[in-house]
Design a binder for this molecule. Structure first.
Ligand code: GDP
Ligand code: IMO
Ligand code: MG
Length: 432
């Protein structure tokens, strides 16, 4: 194994959790580097489901160190409940570590996230309401409270009082919303501190030391490229750097440390929340994909919007992440759909674009241009070799490779750990 970054190549929920889990058996350490508990990464092991939000998806392997890097924002209540759920299911969390530099999601961040969405009305983003935008805004405006602050009662009390004065003024005067009591938050968060302090480390030193010792690290992205704060369909994005480059600031490593970047993409496309989605199918086919793919949010339970595979956005993802290969998930969901479509370009006014900046106002005017490929009937959920897939399934996969110009290393044909095809022989030799 080398040092690899796994990123979502679409709008999230591509199957990052299950691919991280697959590759975790080959590494010493799995690191999350951005996002918070807006993420919902599902791993299914022998039929048992694990929903991970903050804990890296390598946690099911007892010898893998799992680090929540400095770029992640932490809601301590949610982290503690996730740890408890894992322990209750018999998964040890002794190898979990949290960076002392992570910013904390506070109750006022969650309140402000909700209040801002309400104010936006029909223009709302459709956030997960986990406080993600407000906590990253505070980080940038230097009003944030970090894990290291929480561990020092005096510093925490001072910072909390300073910032709460402003937050309460905004909540009551701008949003006419409920305010917060500093003492109540202080006591609650001090209790959280007692639980999480044993996990806290200086992650940047630990990660770089592991790299110096030639250990293998997998960096697990959250959300997806089109949700990136700079490179996504702004403003309908999340508030962190979801692309591979986010790993350098979010884990504190230099660019030369990464050997390989794998983009995870569904065999079709989904999006949860609002914002442009050119290949969305609002009618029957969208419903069929949603039902067959069980496309309901892992974090919020919301129905995901569904549509066809879009090679325009994958080419874009390949560019901004410098993808070495793609992991194609959920190919089994397309079983039994008679005609499949792949978007090859967007028609805007009279021009067709194969490559385009994801400016959401421009893309809203786009008419996707499709090629059609015949579907297949055979159940593929037990297939483990590419050559054994039905001819039309192979045609579909090959078309994706040709259109995106990125080789497909992994294909998943079901949610369980072993429902996987390693398509690329070099990848197989290197890692399996
Ligand atoms: P993530 O956020 O990228 O980790 O993805 P999610 O876990 O939110 O959503 C992916 C969903 O698809 C989960 O419920 C997985 O169990 C499921 N899944 C992953 N790969 C496959 C696959 O190949 N086939 C099927 N049918 N389900 C899959
Ligand atoms: P994983 O890691 C899919 C979406 C929200 C909303 C937008 C902003 O499981 O792929 P936020 O709460 O981050 O401010 O919401 O981003 N979003 C996701 N969509 N998967 C995710 O994570 C997401 N995390 C945020 O639905 O549109
Ligand atoms: Mg998810």
């Amino acid at each position: 194994m080398t040092n690899m970054v796994l990123v979502g190549a679409q709008w999230g929920d591509e199957g990052k959790g299950r691919i991280t889990d697959l590759l975790s058996s080959k590494v010493d350490m799995v690191v999350r580097f951005q996002g918070g508990d807006n993420a919902g990464h599902t791993v299914i092991l022998n039929g048992q489901e694990f929903k991970l939000h903050l804990v890296p998806s390598g946690i099911l392997y007892p010898n893998v160190e799992c680090i929540i890097g400095n770029g992640v924002v932490i809601n301590p209540e949610s982290l503690i409940s996730e740890i408890k759920n894992l322990e209750d299911k018999g998964i040890a969390t002794k190898n979990l570590k949290i960076s002392s530099s992570c910013h904390l999601i506070m109750p006022y961040h969650i309140a402000l996230d909700g209040a801002s969405e309400n104010r936006l009305g029909s223009s709302k983003i459709g956030t997960t309401k986990k406080g993600i935008g407000p906590v990253y805004a505070d980080k940038a405006s230097r009003e944030g409270i970090r894990v290291c602050d929480l561990l020092d009662r005096d510093i925490f009390w001072k910072k909390l009082n300073d910032v709460l004065e402003i937050k309460n003024a905004i909540l009551s005067n701008v949003y006419n919303a409920k305010t917060f009591d500093a003492k109540e938050i202080f006591e609650k968060y001090n209790d959280y501190a007692q639980v999480i302090k044993k996990y806290v480390i200086e992650s940047t030193f630990i990660i770089n030391k592991a790299l110096d010792e030639n250990k293998n690290i997998l960096f697990e992205g959250a959300q997806g490229t089109l949700l990136d704060i700079d490179h996504g369909t702004y403003p309908f994005v999340t508030s962190s750097s979801t692309i591979a480059g986010g790993v350098f600031s979010g884990a504190g490593i230099g660019p030369g440390r990464i050997d390989e970047v794998v983009g995870i993409t569904k065999s079709y496309c989904t999006r949860v929340g609002f914002g442009v989605f050119p290949t969305e199918e609002k009618g029957e086919i969208g419903d069929i994909i949603r039902i067959k793919g069980n496309e309901y949010g892992t974090t919020t339970g919301r129905a995901r919007r569904c549509g066809w595979f879009d090679s325009v956005i994958i080419r874009y993802s390949a560019m901004v992440n410098n993808l070495n290969s793609l992991a194609l998930t959920k190919l089994d969901v397309l079983n039994g759909i008679e005609k499949l479509k792949i978007c090859i370009g967007y028609k805007i006014d009279e021009n067709v674009y194969e490559n385009i900046t994801p400016n959401c106002y421009l893309l809203e005017k786009s008419q996707p241009q499709y090629i059609e490929i015949d579907g297949w009937e055979t159940d593929i959920t037990n297939i483990t070799e590419f050559d054994e897939l039905p001819k039309n399934a192979r045609k579909y996969v090959n078309a994706i490779e040709e259109l995106t110009k990125i080789p497909i290393s992994i294909i998943s044909v079901g949610p369980d750990r072993n429902q996987i095809i390693i398509k690329d022989n070099d990848f197989k030799k290197k890692y399996f």
